[in-house]
Design a protein around this ligand. Structure first.
Ligand SMILES: [Zn+2]
Length: 265
């Protein structure tokens, strides 16, 4: 079928027509890989094997949805980086298209396609017109994926124009954005006190209940940001880690800019 990625074509070939039918261990088996669960200290998952057969080991201490994504990630390595020994740390898996090294990004994209194939994900997402964490949570339950993986998928698939940022105690960890959001909207490393994000990170307050309006300069360190407003919502995911959705509604922010034409003049 046209327009399907390799992972999506595989699911189609297996007759998967419902998110509940995505059985990752069965998918692994059809690809010649066996999945084992072991407590791992130094990594989240790894794959070993020759050119024909592989064993994927996933950290048994991680939450179930995280383990599912890790299996998809290792299967991506199996499909694209066969014959190489790869050990994937927790920080290598599931960080969005703008961050990790190329092999990790390819493996993440494969995992996202396997857990949330576009041919099922896009129709399911259409039932939730608003891009916020209520939508993320609902779709995460449908696809049995983590909030982080689901939020990345929604933003990257173009549900609405948005930037998704992950912060930890040491500042920004990674971010991703919808294709079409200009490169100049590169999120700040620190958290602005105007935003509710610092309080959610420190545990002083709970998750934001919904999107709220805030000056774009709270998130983007550019003079022109002072002219715009965006919508923000932050939730905590795991210990010492928050996810913030910054939804861009102002079409002027999406224009590829005046600063380039100004420079050219
Ligand atoms: Zn990896």
């Amino acid at each position: 079928v046209k327009g399907l990625s390799p992972a999506e074509r595989l699911l189609k070939d297996l007759g998967v027509n419902d998110p509940k039918e995505i059985d990752l261990e069965a998918v692994a088996w059809t690809l010649g890989a066996r999945v084992k669960y072991r407590p791992l200290d130094r990594c989240e998952a790894c794959i070993s094997g020759d050119m024909e057969r592989a064993i994927i080991t996933v950290n048994s201490r991680s939450p179930r949805r995280r383990r599912r994504f890790s299996i998809g990630h290792e299967l991506g390595h199996w499909q694209y980086h066969r014959g190489r020994i790869l050990v994937c740390r927790s920080d290598d898996i599931g960080r969005g298209r703008r961050n990790a090294s190329p092999p990790e990004r390819i493996a993440d994209a494969y995992a996202a396609d396997l857990l949330m194939p576009a041919y099922l994900f896009k129709p399911a997402a259409r039932a939730y017109p608003k891009l916020d964490f209520t939508t993320v949570r609902a779709l995460a339950d449908v696809f049995d994926a983590s909030y982080t993986a689901t939020a990345i998928r929604l933003v990257e698939i173009g549900h609405a124009y948005a930037v998704l940022v992950c912060h930890g105690r040491e500042g920004r960890k990674w971010f991703t954005s919808t294709p079409g959001v200009p490169e100049r909207w590169f999120p700040r490393k620190d958290l602005d006190e105007e935003s509710s994000a610092p309080d959610i990170l420190s545990g002083r307050t709970g998750d934001d209940a919904g999107l709220r309006k805030i000056g774009a300069d709270a998130w983007f360190d550019r003079t022109e940001a002072g002219r715009y407003e965006v919508l923000e919502q932050t939730i905590s995911v795991g210990s010492d880690e928050i996810l913030s959705l910054i939804v861009i509604g102002d079409e002027e922010m999406l224009e590829e800019t005046e600063s380039f034409s100004a420079r050219r003049r």
